[in-house]
Design a protein around this ligand. Structure first.
Ligand code: PMP
Length: 389
């Protein structure tokens, strides 16, 4: 018997990145494919001690059912972080989610009807397309350049759009960030429309060059949803993130979450609060930023040394990824197949495009490997390009 699937499942694809991750799990492959933090910066011992402390101090309360919105002190801590960058946010506006991925799912359910226009960046985060895909929107992809979204093209499609989903800091996949002037232009385009601006910012705390810019939400209160994550700064396996939204959306978002998992893991939220509010956290963040800055620079230098001059790379100021554009007719997928034989992996860029294109682009992660392995991996990639072209 052929089981008749729901229509939505015919639209959505498996994430190509997750497929590649399976193929590149073997330790002899140098993988620039995933979006994994460097395991050196997952604070295993600190987490262990925090678990013991929470169990000692909170006992069964840490292992009980709890509220959907999440552990109040953690929500207060997040609100405090936003207030420090000029956003007038109250803890009631924050829901703790099971990774920021869940925030995408909640937003899709609360805001999007089938056929609604959702504007995404081109390229964009694959699993955002996957998550929104479940509610069958009409995705509209607008190109980004080195300073952010193409504002003129955004202006052409913003009317009747339900949502503009963007990553203003160290975008996944390209590593680019929105400049101050581009942020101001985006705010101008969105003002007065009914499109909700979604600023997805899991990488914002990972800046290793330049100055932080305030979220666009500071200029568009009431129209912006912010998403954040503990995955890149503490541990992705703990699956904790958050969504910060105008009060009128919070109740609906809470219902959308309740229907899926009642609440995010209670013990983990308390442990996370201990970690991020302790003296250890600022130094920990600084260590990650310094190391990723060095790793990014090692990758950029190796690219310059080992890859053909025609391969153009972005130069990220933070985050975990850089993006290479090959000469127009070259296929990153072909390069990928040969690279795997040399035991080095990356993600061919076409998967990040909602409407195809980008066959000559690729995403490289620089956070997961130390500098030596990065240099060796790019050297192998250089060999592949020389033997292929
Ligand atoms: N948004 C973006 C842009 C991401 O890159 C990721 C993870 N790769 C997520 C959201 C989801 O992260 P998490 O669920 O681990 O918080």
């Amino acid at each position: 018997m052929v089981i008749p699937l729901a229509r939505r499942m015919q639209q959505v694809r498996r994430s190509f990145v997750r497929e590649i991750l399976k193929a590149t799990a073997s330790p002899d492959i140098i993988s620039f494919a995933g979006g994994l933090p460097n395991p050196r910066f997952i604070p295993v011992q600190k987490i262990g001690h925090a678990i013991q402390d929470v169990l000692r101090d909170d006992g069964a309360a840490a292992l009980q059912y709890t509220t959907t919105e999440g552990y109040p002190p953690l929500r207060q801590w997040i609100a405090g972080q936003y207030r420090a960058v000029g956003l007038d946010v109250h803890a009631d506006q924050i829901i703790i989610t099971s990774g920021s991925q869940q925030a995408l799912d909640m937003l899709g359910k609360v805001l999007i009807d089938p056929g609604d226009r959702v504007i995404v960046e081109d390229p964009t985060y694959i699993a955002a397309m996957q998550s929104f895909g479940m509610v069958e929107p009409a995705l509209c992809a607008v190109p980004v350049d080195s300073e952010g979204i193409d504002v003129e093209k955004l202006r052409l499609v913003i009317n009747n759009a339900k949502m503009f989903y963007c990553m203003p800091n160290f975008q996944n996949p390209s590593g680019i960030s929105y400049s101050a002037s581009r942020r101001a232009e985006v705010i101008n385009v969105l003002k007065g429309t009914s499109a909700v601006l979604v600023e997805d910012d899991p990488y914002g705390r990972l800046r290793f060059r330049g100055e932080d810019l305030p979220p666009m939400a500071t200029q568009l209160p009431g129209q912006t949803v912010l998403m954040g994550s503990f995955s890149k700064i503490i541990s992705p396996g703990m699956r904790l993130g958050w969504i910060c939204a105008p009060m009128e959306l919070i109740e609906k978002l809470t219902i959308a979450k309740q229907a899926v998992d009642l609440h995010s893991e209670n013990l983990g939220q308390r442990v996370m609060h201990r970690l991020v509010s302790s003296d250890f956290f600022p130094g920990h963040l600084q260590q990650i930023r310094d190391a990723y800055g060095r790793q990014c620079d090692a990758m950029l230098a190796a690219i310059q040394r080992c890859l053909p001059r025609e391969f153009r790379s972005t130069r990220p100021d933070g985050g975990m990824f850089l993006w290479i554009t090959l000469p127009p007719k070259m296929s990153a997928m072909e390069l990928f197949k040969r690279a795997i034989e040399k035991k080095v992996a990356f993600v061919p860029g076409d998967a990040f495009h909602a409407h195809g294109g980008g066959e000559n682009t690729m995403r490289l992660n620089f956070s997961n490997c130390d500098e030596q392995r990065i240099e060796e991996g790019i050297r192998r990639l250089g060999e592949v390009t020389r033997s292929s072209f």
